[in-house]
Design a protein around this ligand. Structure first.
Ligand code: KIV
Ligand code: NA
Length: 264
């Protein structure tokens, strides 16, 4: 099919067609994802944990993101390529513009993703005005792990839920084209999805989001340690990596994944 574009994502929301996304860090998985019909491939800064073996995403550098984004770009023909802006790489608008330019010009990304709202809205606005499409990321923001005190569900208390809703509106108003919601109650993600004009992509955020994303190693059952509630090993019931990614793609499109057992 024709390459997926940023305007296509908005069209998907209007048509109520799910957006399917997985992470990738290399050309081989990227090619398999593309072949399986994934719409959006994210070079996540989860790189720091699942590829580099760190206990958080904080050590990931812009150089590493540019390198892996360029690797993934060579594997893609159709899917939209999104690259994460790592910790501190978007701390002010000027720094964000410099680093986003590298992810796009050297890495080949069509969009960058950054965590947070508040002061981040000013950064989103600057990127948007300089023709950098932006995916926002709210809820459990792993770059905030030390402030949050761990990786856990966000927005359970009603004050937190209200703040999350306000933040979601704020990043949309700042110019974000897309919003990842990570580890928030399914009912809250459903309300945000309904209130926003831009598509939401959930991970541990229930089935009502406009799309879903998973770390590819979770989807393939490779990630060591305890399986997080929101993930599913799609390779367990299929014969190959492409089949597993295709099964995930189908399950997202049909609304079978995530089920209640994968949600909060
Ligand atoms: O870094 C990452 O892989 C992500 C997704 C899980 C949304 O941010
Ligand atoms: Na990330």
């Amino acid at each position: 099919g024709a390459p997926v574009t940023v305007p296509d994502l908005h069209e998907r929301k209007r048509r109520a067609e799910k957006i399917v996304s997985i992470t990738s860090y290399d050309a081989s998985i990227a090619a398999r994802a593309d072949e399986a019909g994934v719409d959006l491939v994210l070079v996540g800064d989860s790189l720091g944990m699942v590829v580099q073996g760190h206990t958080s995403t904080l050590p990931v550098t812009v150089d590493a993101m540019v390198y892996h984004t360029a690797c993934v770009a060579r594997g893609l023909r159709r899917a939209l390529l999104v690259a994460d802006m790592p910790f501190m790489s978007f701390r002010d608008p000027a720094t964000a513009l410099t680093n986003a330019a590298r992810l796009m010009a050297e890495g080949g990304a069509a969009m960058v993703k950054l965590e947070g709202a508040g002061w981040v809205c000013e950064v989103i606005d600057a990127l948007k005005r300089h023709e950098v499409p932006v995916c926002a990321h709210l809820g459990l923001t792993p770059q905030s792990v030390h402030r949050l005190g761990g990786y856990r569900v966000q927005g359970r208390a009603s004050a937190d839920a209200q703040r999350l809703k306000a933040d979601a509106k704020a990043v949309q108003d700042a110019g974000a084209d897309l919003l990842v919601l990570e580890c928030v109650p399914a009912t809250l993600a459903a309300e945000i999805t309904q209130e926003l004009r831009i598509p939401t992509i959930g991970i541990g955020a229930g089935a009502a989001c406009d799309g879903q994303v998973l770390v590819v190693y979770d989807l393939l059952g490779i990630t060591p340690g305890k399986r997080p509630r929101f993930t599913k090993d799609f390779l367990a019931s299929t014969q190959s990596v492409v089949d597993a990614i295709a099964a995930y793609t189908h399950a997202v499109r049909s609304g079978e994944f995530p089920a209640a057992e994968h949600s909060y």
